[in-house]
Design a protein around this ligand. Structure first.
Ligand code: PA5
Length: 462
């Protein structure tokens, strides 16, 4: 079991003259990386995600809730947004069979379906509530702050629907809150009403919380091997003990993207798994990279590479044209799966049609693998920087390892860029304007700022 990273195609030697990271730049990044590593280690107490893979008491309390729920529910409905939703979605897509929610109870090994409501589009919520039998549904309300407007609005609607269907007193048996141990509206409600609650440690932030109960509880409820997930993450955490980017895969990823961005103008960072189950992991990575690294520094300068999700081979017929011939402002990181070259035998048919005959005897796994290598080579030949992270197979261990790699890399990248990767001040102003318009108490200042903004100009409307 291993996760490896091959970054030959990021380096000058493999690319046309004048492109790529030079050995001098790579070696020159050793000292900044060691400092970034030390900065992350120095914050160890504040960065709870580092110890999630070995937090046994938290795992035990999560598994106890999953165990109690076993067999009682046909559906799990998760209410959450951002870091409280993207991780659970990525885990379901990666580690449950395709279209899990459409499978029969037997095919699901008697585990429930998992639905994630991560928006407040009324049509989605109405459709979901019309489809679910709430009498057989467990509702997870997931919010670190315990007060996020979208999640609270969902909660109020779903709680009302539960009360109508199963009765006010029974409704509580259908609710589990996943939230901060001390603060927030959810915690207050849980205390007042005795609703089952599992903690998100105070030092674990939203987008770094997939290996906390935020991801582990829904994963355990639908039968994902969460111990293997944590073991993979623990292995990557151990490999990240090294202060050398040559021995630390997360460090290597962070250094490469940082060098490519700051010294080679590669400001867009695509993540392109060649595996359908990892499609949503790319979306999870987008949030992690974007919300953590897109920042204004104290001196007023701005930083932040733009992450881009892609999927191989599908995007070979879409975004790869842009990656090859568009602006040379991107890196592409492939995720390749090594161990499936025998899967999906392609039958030999139409021997007389050369366009098809050559495929017979190959496999789909081999085709995907070859296409990934071909795309990587083609990009390199055109001076387009790319790296390949390889895993043996898409299972809980490797997914846990990959997720921890990206979380660690994000922390290192924050230190390399000289910003705080763990806050998100940029989302506050929009939130406060929305609160002001909704009449939330205490939003007078935001209301005044909103009212002072220029009004829509009739010259620019049609
Ligand atoms: O990464 C983050 O901190 C955010 O994206 C949050 O996850 C998101 O805003 C939801 O917050 P909460 O879990 O407090 O409801």
């Amino acid at each position: 079991m291993t996760v490896s990273i091959d970054f030959t195609n990021m380096m000058a030697g493999a690319l046309p003259a004048g492109t790529g990271i030079t050995e001098a730049q790579w070696n020159g990044a050793r000292a900044p990386f060691a400092a970034a590593h030390a900065a992350v280690e120095a914050q160890r107490k504040a960065l709870g995600f580092l110890t999630l893979p070995t937090n046994e008491p938290l795992l035990a309390s999560t598994l106890a809730i999953a165990e109690r729920a076993r067999g009682q529910f046909d559906d799990v409905l998760l209410l959450g947004i951002g870091g409280s939703a993207l991780g659970p979605i990525a885990l379901r897509t990666a580690l449950r069979p395709l279209a899990w929610n459409t499978l029969s109870l037997e095919a699901r090994n008697r585990y429930p379906r998992l639905h994630v409501l991560d928006n407040v589009d009324p049509s989605t919520i109405a459709t979901m509530l019309a489809r679910l039998n709430l009498g057989r549904t467990l509702v997870l309300v997931v919010s670190k702050s315990g007060g996020t407007v979208e999640t609270m609005a969902q909660y109020l609607i779903v709680r009302e629907a539960l009360a109508t269907t199963v009765g006010e007193s029974q409704a509580k048996e259908h609710l589990v809150f996943v939230t901060d141990p001390e603060v927030g509206a959810l915690r207050r409600i849980a205390r007042a009403e005795g609703i089952t609650t599992v903690d998100i440690p105070q030092n674990v932030g939203g987008r770094f919380s997939v290996l906390s109960p935020v991801g582990l509880l829904p994963a355990a409820l639908i039968g994902i091997d969460v111990r293997a997930l944590l073991a993979g993450a623990a292995d990557m955490t151990q490999r990240a003990a090294s202060t050398s980017p040559s021995d630390n895969p997360a460090g290597a990823f962070a250094v490469l993207q940082w060098l490519a961005d700051t010294q080679h103008g590669r400001h867009v960072h695509a993540l392109m798994p060649y595996a359908d189950p990892l499609r949503d992991l790319a979306l999870w990575f987008v949030q992690l990279w974007a919300e953590s690294l897109g920042k204004q520094r104290a001196d007023g300068t701005h930083t932040g590479p733009t992450p881009l999700p892609a999927l191989g081979a599908t995007d070979q017929h879409s975004q790869v044209q842009l990656f090859m011939e568009g602006p040379a402002d991107k890196t592409v990181t492939f995720v390749a799966v090594n161990g499936r070259t025998r899967e999906g035998a392609i039958p030999s048919r139409h021997a007389d049609i050369p366009e098809l005959a050559y495929l017979g005897g190959h496999t789909l796994g081999e085709l995907l693998d070859i296409e990934q290598r071909a795309t990587a080579g083609a990009l390199a030949a055109r001076g387009r920087l790319n790296a390949t992270i390889a895993i043996d197979t898409v299972d809980a261990w490797h997914v846990g390892s990959l997720m921890q790699l990206f979380a660690l890399a994000t922390a290192y990248a924050g230190a390399l860029y000289g910003i705080d990767a763990f806050n998100q001040p940029g989302v506050e102003l929009g939130k406060n304007f929305a609160y002001a318009m909704l009449g939330k108490p205490g939003s007078g200042a935001a209301r005044a700022e909103w009212d002072a903004l220029p009004k829509p100009d009739p010259r620019w409307r049609l």
